[in-house]
Design a protein around this ligand. Structure first.
Ligand code: GLV
Length: 319
């Protein structure tokens, strides 16, 4: 039986950490609450570990699994996306990978709507305007934005989060379409090929996982087919969009705006984005509700301890 420690790449908060301490396992916790371990510290920390609880900022690949050693049984991700984990390399070494779906669906959908509202009603721009102390008066064209009601929302990646965004959008009076290969209508959502969706939607919201197939799903060619008044919202993964192409289109006002919570080269932000008024930017906080983050950490702890105790995890990624 392996007797290695559990390496945790960040303090997960009081309740999850209490459960971990009570598990009787030896714990090694990266000491900085809000900064990831360096690669060097990470590789040292996992060496000899039986389990790892990781955030999405840490790359979990073959090099790391080999450094950990053959006793490594589980990589428990505190995220729904697991593009930072080489699932195949884990599978071939018999390592179980788990994630935290469902618990973050509402929080992420809320942020997508928040970005859309901020963008369409120019809330961030208007706030900055007032803080500059500029003189103003109510006027018919002052900070004129776009209503949500009547707009068409195009969901790319109609999974749990995409569906939760669709539900919210309908409550705001929007019509919802979703990308899908076969043109069908089900549950009030019309499906159509991505190319058709890009040309039809007023608002495009991305909710697909990042894979080799979805990298740059929204490229220069796709952006060129979007309606001139369209906006794009991304709360999924930055690499779904060719960011250079997006910046060009935003600069040229080829499309109206973007609400971005995720970035192609996180944590670096494309300098072009920072110069633009027609974007709203947030630092990957889709799931950053207090209750949601606790729920994610508790689920990740449950998954890790289950595998280490020889029980099936609640939410495995690779079976
Ligand atoms: C956040 O981006 C997640 O994948 O949970």
């Amino acid at each position: 039986m392996p007797t290695g420690h559990l390496y945790i790449t960040r303090d997960l908060g009081p309740e999850p950490m209490r459960i971990l301490r009570n598990s009787g396992r030896e714990l090694v916790v990266h000491p900085h609450r809000d900064l990831p371990p360096t690669r060097h510290d990470l590789l040292n920390g996992v060496s000899g570990a039986a389990g790892i609880i990781t955030l999405l900022t840490e790359v979990m690949n073959a090099e790391l699994f080999d450094r950990a050693g053959p006793q490594l049984q589980v990589v428990s991700a505190v995220s729904v996306g697991t593009d930072n984990v080489d699932i195949e390399a884990a599978r071939s070494r018999g390592i179980t990978v788990t994630n935290t779906p469902d618990v973050l669906t509402d929080a992420t959908a809320d942020l997508a709507m928040g970005l859309l509202l901020a963008l369409n009603r120019r809330i961030v721009e208007a706030d900055a305007f007032l803080r500059r102390g500029e003189s103003w008066s109510w006027g018919p064209r002052v900070f004129l934005g776009r209503d949500l009601a009547g707009e068409v929302l195009g969901v790319v990646g109609y999974g749990r989060i995409g569906e939760a965004v669709a539900k919210r959008a309908r409550a705001f009076g929007m019509r919802v379409i979703a990308a899908g290969s076969a043109p069908t209508a089900s549950g009030g959502v019309e499906r159509m090929p991505l190319s058709q969706l890009l040309a039809t939607a007023d608002v495009i919201s991305l909710h697909a996982p990042l894979t080799a197939q979805t990298r740059h799903l929204i490229d220069a060619e796709g952006i060129a087919t979007m309606k001139p008044g369209a906006v794009i919202i991304n709360t999924a993964r930055g690499q779904l969009i060719d960011e250079d192409a997006l910046v060009q289109a935003l600069k040229a006002k080829r499309i109206r705006g973007a609400g971005l919570d995720v970035f192609e080269n996180e944590p670096l932000i494309h300098p072009g984005l920072l110069e633009l008024d027609n974007v709203v930017l947030t630092p990957h906080i889709g799931s950053a509700g207090e209750q949601t983050r606790t729920g994610m950490a508790l689920l990740a702890v449950k998954n890790a301890l289950a595998v280490l105790d020889g029980r099936p995890p609640v939410t495995p990624v690779n079976g």
